[in-house]
Design a protein around this ligand. Structure first.
Ligand code: PPE
Length: 308
């Protein structure tokens, strides 16, 4: 990863190299943490963070679901984010807030461990490669099931949950694919290792509904609204793996992945098509501030906002 100057840690900016954690930290041993992935984009009106408030609200919800008290409010984390972006002088970047059970007691039960909170910011290009963004990627349905609602609250973007994603994407990569799609225990389509899934069939857009052990994706919500505003019908319902194979188009969305076409699922060709590219264009125009139609989702630095 590309190092930047500062990291915000427990209320202050520290040098990148000094943002370290003790090996006895609870979160390292048991995955007791929550995090976010957010993108800031360079726009004509200055740096804009896409749906910053919703991401920080989700961080708070994730913490509640693992019984963790976050010591900073959404407003405080927002200020910290802007302070960090300013200090690093980054026009566009990926932002990674993380809160975890820190150094104190060890043992599975969290006792009086402190909750450490940090935010990192660094440049992160196309998650699945520029070529993938343009021409699509090859995915494999994973042999690993997505964690279910009574296994770990999958609605929480919790660090421990990502062992599930790591195994799935690792398996896919070792078999020569770019990314994995995980199914639920019931066999319905859930998520990519780090993305939400959409298909297009006979002009209708489908995506798994929220009961399918998916992360409540902010890009998913964005894409549903954009697609509907563009006149598409969007249906949230359970999908099975053969729906992927027979789809006219398949694409995945996420903060990091943005809108990435999928050109093959388990070696079945699903060539990227017009609906995917139309939504990709609308999404990229929105996040880069080139289209005002969905401009309400861009949050500007307090100083830039004052001038606007
Ligand atoms: N599902 C999963 C499992 C997931 O991790 C993400 C985000 C999404 C869906 C899409 O959520 P949203 O960003 O709110 O639209 N994955 C993050 C990347 C994970 C990584 O560290 O790698 C992201 O996109 O930031």
């Amino acid at each position: 990863m590309e190092e930047t100057a500062k990291i915000w840690m427990n209320g202050r900016l520290v040098d990148w190299a000094d943002a370290t954690v003790h090996v006895g930290a609870h979160g390292l041993h048991y995955g007791t943490g929550v995090f976010e992935g957010i993108r800031a984009y360079e726009t004509e009106r200055g740096t804009a963070v896409f749906r910053l408030t919703e991401h920080l609200e989700r961080l708070h919800n994730s913490a509640r679901l693992i019984y963790m008290d976050l010591p900073y409010s959404v407003e405080e984390l927002k200020s910290a984010t802007w302070e960090l972006i300013g200090a690093n002088e980054l026009p566009s970047c990926y932002l990674r807030p993380i809160a975890f059970s820190g150094y104190g007691q060890l043992g599975v039960a969290t006792r009086d461990n402190p909750v450490d909170v940090a935010i990192m910011a660094w440049p992160w290009g196309a998650y699945l490669g520029e070529e993938g963004l343009r021409n699509g990627i090859r995915v494999k349905v994973s042999s690993w099931q997505r964690v279910g609602p009574n296994v770990i609250p999958h609605v929480a973007k919790a660090t421990g949950v990502y062992l599930n994603s790591m195994l799935a994407v690792g398996e896919a990569n070792r078999a020569g694919y770019d990314e994995a799609i995980l199914l639920t225990a019931e066999g319905t389509v859930a998520d990519g290792s780090g993305e939400s899934i959409f298909i297009v069939r006979d002009g209708v857009i489908y995506t798994p509904d929220l009961s399918a052990s998916i992360l409540v994706g902010i890009t998913r919500d964005t894409v549903i609204q954009i697609a509907q505003d563009l006149g598409h019908r969007v249906v949230e319902k359970p999908l099975i793996r053969t729906d992927l194979y027979l789809a006219d188009e398949v694409f995945m969305v996420g903060t990091a992945a943005e809108v990435t076409p999928i050109r093959e699922v388990d070696d079945h060709p699903t060539p990227p098509g017009p609906v995917t590219y139309e939504i990709q264009q609308a999404y990229l125009d929105t996040v880069h501030g080139r289209s005002d139609r969905w401009g309400q989702w861009l949050e500007y630095a307090p100083a830039a906002r004052a001038q606007a």
